[in-house]
Design a protein around this ligand. Structure first.
Ligand SMILES: Nc1ncnc2c1ncn2[C@@H]1O[C@H](COP(=O)(O)OP(=O)(O)OP(=O)(O)O)[C@@H](O)[C@H]1O
Ligand SMILES: O=P(O)(O)OC[C@H]1O[C@H](OP(=O)(O)OP(=O)(O)O)[C@H](O)[C@@H]1O
Length: 265
């Protein structure tokens, strides 16, 4: 909110906060309810997991994938059960917070008729097998730490998920949604890239541009020494060190990497 320029004041124990600089109110809701409010309520825009959008069958616009909150919804079973094929859980007891997605998955697996007994718990799903409630579970896995600590393993993948920006299809505030969507995308993109500047001998420019092609194409400026050029480009953050090594190898100097706070592409 801070980076997209929304200022707000949230009172102690209040779930609604009015923005002090934009004509909007922020509503803080339980993660699992957000898609429902954006679909059926008068909430214009929301931030939640794609898993929750699918679980609630919410009819909303997916405005952007935000690149965080990445995890996988998986069928899991105790390592000790020796279950390796998800078909071996068909007809058995599954516990989950994602009953709709789990039922759909097992119904498809069973060719349309659901014999697997899917029941709901609201949290700590991983405890269900050890506590005698389930033969398997459907739950989120990110690092796998929770799963392994509970003596479980992945039997099959239901879906990959990440945080998404969602929009109400019947909003009467499309102008404001467009502004927020653009601002959020700008901040997210800025987090994925760094700005790089370096000096390169003029005869190495073509080679350097192959290493750093930039988003559109590199900005090239002349130094007062005519044998040298200065180059400025955006590069993907995970590639920073590899690119610096390669540029140095072809003779680049004064290579600087700078953070981008915000951008519009
Ligand atoms: N370990 C994780 N890694 C990445 N994303 C996750 C992880 N756990 C949950 N999420 C995402 O956040 C959403 C909300 O998860 P969850 O309901 O567990 O949140 P919570 O803040 O713990 O809610 P509650 O306080 O109601 O338990 C999930 O549907 C998923 O999209
Ligand atoms: O693979 P990991 O990195 O261990 O993450 C997965 C865990 O994270 C979520 O739980 P959360 O912490 O939100 O608690 P909850 O089970 O009470 O929802 C999810 O339900 C898993 O239990």
């Amino acid at each position: 909110m801070k980076e997209i320029g929304i200022k707000y004041r949230r009172g102690h124990r209040l779930d609604v906060a009015l923005s002090t600089n934009m004509p909007l109110a922020l509503v803080f809701l339980p993660a699992s309810d957000i898609a429902k409010y954006v679909d059926k309520g008068n909430v214009d825009i929301g931030i939640t997991g794609m898993d929750i959008v699918e679980e609630s069958s919410a009819d909303v616009n997916i405005l952007a994938h935000l690149g965080f909150g990445k995890c996988q919804l998986c069928v899991q079973a105790p390592v000790s059960s020796k279950i390796k094929d998800v078909k071996d859980l068909s007809g058995k007891r599954i516990v989950t917070s994602f009953t709709n997605l789990a039922e759909k998955y097992f119904r498809d697996l069973e060719g349309g008729e659901l014999t697997t007994k899917v029941s709901h718990v609201s949290g700590s799903v991983e405890a269900a097998c050890a506590l005698g409630l389930a033969d398997g579970i459907v739950d989120l896995v990110e690092t796998g730490e929770t799963m392994r600590a509970a003596g479980l393993e992945i039997i099959s993948l239901i879906m990959d998920t990440q945080t998404v920006l969602i929009g109400n299809k019947h909003t009467t505030h499309q102008d404001l949604i467009d502004i927020l969507q653009t601002r959020i995308k700008g901040v997210i993109t800025a987090g994925l890239y760094s700005s790089m500047e370096y000096n390169i001998p003029a005869d190495k420019l073509a080679e350097a541009c192959k290493i750093t092609p930039g988003m559109t194409s590199p900005t090239v400026a002349h130094l007062s020494d005519e044998n040298w050029l200065a180059v400025k480009v955006m590069i993907k953050k995970p590639e920073v060190n590899d690119i610096m090594d390669r540029l140095e190898n072809i003779g680049a100097t004064n290579i600087m990497v700078l953070e981008i706070q915000n951008c519009r592409m």
